[in-house]
Design a protein around this ligand. Sequence first.
Ligand code: GN1
Ligand code: MG
Length: 373
Amino acid sequence: MDQATARKLQQIGKAFNLPGPFFSYEEILNGNVNRTFKVNYVSDDGTGMAVIKPYLVQKINSYAFHNPDELMSNIDKVTEYIRAKRPDKTCMHFHHTGTGDNRRTYLVEGDSFWRIYKYIPAVTFDKCEDAHIVRSAGKAFGDFQMVLSDFDASQLFYTIPDFHDTRKRYEKLIADANENPCGRVQEARAELDYLFSVQQEACRLTDLYREGKLPLRVTHNDTKINNVLFDEETLEPLVVIDLDTVMPGLVGHDFGDAVRFAANFTEEDSEDTYKTGVDLNIFWAFADGFLSKTAKTLTDEEVDTLALSCFAITCELATRFLDDYLIGDKYFKVKRDRHNLIRTKCQVALAKDMYTKLGAMDAIVKSCVRQYR
Ligand code: GN1
Ligand code: MG
């Protein structure tokens, strides 16, 4: 336990009026943007016995998220809406700082901001070969979209504008590659060349939206399978978390990103890229779960884009990792040397494999849709 971090976390806990003495903390390392800590306090179980009460404390990356008020307003509205529709389900609860008009669900400190929420005992999966669990995650994300299908999207702020605008992601990559501020372009030549060679295909989802052919929905936009909390005993999904990017979006953004993460044979930053590729069994399981909830409401045009969306989101994330590498690793947390380049190479390897499997993926999607319509 690092003393400076422990002191900082105690100070943050105090601002949010967490009761009881601070006991310990551990950092949860699977996020790539925000920092997350499980912080333990000593508390009374009601009979005078001391128990450990955990909380989840997050330091939000203000390079990615500029406006805490808008970000938390989105999350408050969405969680309240879900709570009202599903009162018996597990839901996220945020702690407040201050009192009266100064009550807030976040604390601004210098150029960063913090929030605290109730700890939910659960298991998560970073990698999962169990088709049953992946199917459940598909159901959870599909259900998330269905619960919010009548939510008034105009109430939501764009917490990160153009988040899944693949064309704009490419434009930024081109501009930064031309500028080459850190002299890193040369070592990423092969990845840049590949990404530019597939630009039209990768941007087709964005183009179809711009042409008015795909409807906007309220989407999660960051559907890594580790954003579903599962019950420790039953392994049933409890709740979808990480609502920072809940915004108007396309169904393919949620479907594609989940597949990109869950159906890859390797981790998203694996250096064993010869193993990287889409596991079609896992793809099938996710598609089955997701479409069991959504098939009836999707338009035919949306269904037609689902396989392609996996490829599009994978290329898009590759452009984001690569752009961050070229500008000096400002957005994503890097945990090893050349981490963003390694991530890029892995996403490129995945995109290449996906491209060869688009036909199979599309056939699986269509068969699930037929089953659930
Ligand atoms: C970031 O931090 P995390 O793991 O929730 C990113 C996603 C990427 C993902 C790649 C707000 O998500 O868009 O797909 O890394 N989130 C944001 O691992 O940029
Ligand atoms: Mg996230």
